[in-house]
Ligand binder design. Structure first.
Ligand SMILES: [Fe+2]
Length: 350
């Protein structure tokens, strides 16, 4: 009997000890679970990312480790598998973010904040990523040699009246491929193919250079009509390091196309959470903050991009070249047509 009582007391003591130790571990565990460092894999350039990270670190004390990549993010995440350190993924262009989704490298995002801030067509249909800024791929024309009123729609660029006048970078560049994907989405494959043939027939030179090189060619007189993302226009127009580029922008007028029908084609920069992130809660908070007013204004201040937050109007320098109606086709639909767009690009030799 005595022996049994002692055992019970002893057991009770052990149980209490177990509870205390367990609670201590839980306490320590929960403090470790609150991330104070987040790891970002980014296709966005360092100077475009730093202002956001500085601002968020100031607010939250969270530190960021950033791996900047120019290509191969999907391959890297695939090879790292469950051991990846990646929490947050930041990309530019529709195709680069959808590639990560297609390889099942992203975690679902469920956020009331994001759903309140960002319209549906700028959020992945399976909630795997969210657009954080938009950029319009516009038609740039020579101020002195082109009558702006002659071009209203992107479809107009296939008209024979523009023979030997048009210049672009290579068709297979993601920006051009996304534009063509949007044309397939709206007009169908056959019409998009006919359009691309007409466009190529109007080229003044073989596709080459980047977007800024097209504006330079307008300035030099080699080309009259080009395709360009709006932020490059801003980066040239206000470029104090290379004032030469201000002349390229000043020689160029912007046309927002399809304003009387479906609206101007836009592309996006996007954010997502890595499938194997151990800090998804904190990562989501950061993505939510990127859609907030404060962060949305930074996008336009540092890189002349447009807000995705439906409650925020574009402000500052980006308003200089006017406002526009944007095409609200779902970004996911555009990305699905990218392989067909590439097929057309190869067929017509863009
Ligand atoms: Fe770019």
């Amino acid at each position: 009997m005595i022996l049994i009582t002692i055992t019970i007391i002893k057991d009770n003591f052990m149980f209490k000890l177990f509870i205390i130790i367990n609670s201590l571990f839980m306490l320590l565990g929960s403090s470790f679970a609150i991330a104070n460092e987040l790891n970002i894999y980014s296709y966005r350039k360092p100077f475009l990312l730093k202002p956001f990270l500085d601002e968020y670190s100031k607010k939250t004390n969270i530190k960021f480790n950033v791996l900047h990549l120019k290509k191969g993010m999907a391959q890297r995440l695939l090879s790292e598998g469950k051991n990846t350190k990646a929490d947050i993924i930041l990309t530019v262009d529709i195709s680069r973010i959808t590639e990560l989704k297609d390889y099942d490298l992203l975690k679902s995002i469920n956020s009331k904040v994001i759903n309140n801030n960002v319209p549906d067509h700028l959020v992945d249909s399976d909630n795997k990523w969210v657009a954080l800024s938009t950029r319009a791929r516009i038609i740039g024309v020579s101020k002195s040699r082109v009558n702006k009123d002659e071009i209203k729609r992107i479809e107009d660029l296939a008209n024979p009246q523009f023979k030997n006048k048009i210049c672009t970078r290579k068709g297979s560049h993601p920006y051009n491929r996304a534009l063509l994907s949007s044309i397939i989405s709206h007009n169908g494959y056959e019409k998009a193919l006919t359009w691309a043939k007409g466009l190529v027939n109007n080229f003044a030179r073989k596709p080459q250079g980047n977007d800024r090189a097209q504006a330079k060619a307008i300035f030099s007189g080699e080309c009259d009509i080009v395709l360009m993302n709006t932020y490059y226009f801003g980066l040239m127009k206000f470029n104090t390091k290379n004032p030469e580029q201000q002349k390229w922008a000043d020689a160029t007028d912007i046309i927002f196309f399809n304003q009387n029908d479906r609206g101007q084609h836009i592309n996006v920069s996007a954010g997502a959470i890595s499938k194997h992130s151990k800090n998804s809660k904190e990562s989501l908070k950061f993505l939510e903050w990127l859609t907030s007013e404060k962060a949305q204004k930074i996008y336009s201040e540092i890189n002349y991009e447009y807000p995705v937050n439906k409650n925020i109007k574009p402000s500052g320098k980006i308003t200089i070249w006017g406002s526009f109606k944007s095409d609200e086709i779902n970004i996911t639909t555009i990305s699905k047509n990218a392989p067909k767009a590439q097929e057309i690009i190869d067929k017509v030799g863009w």
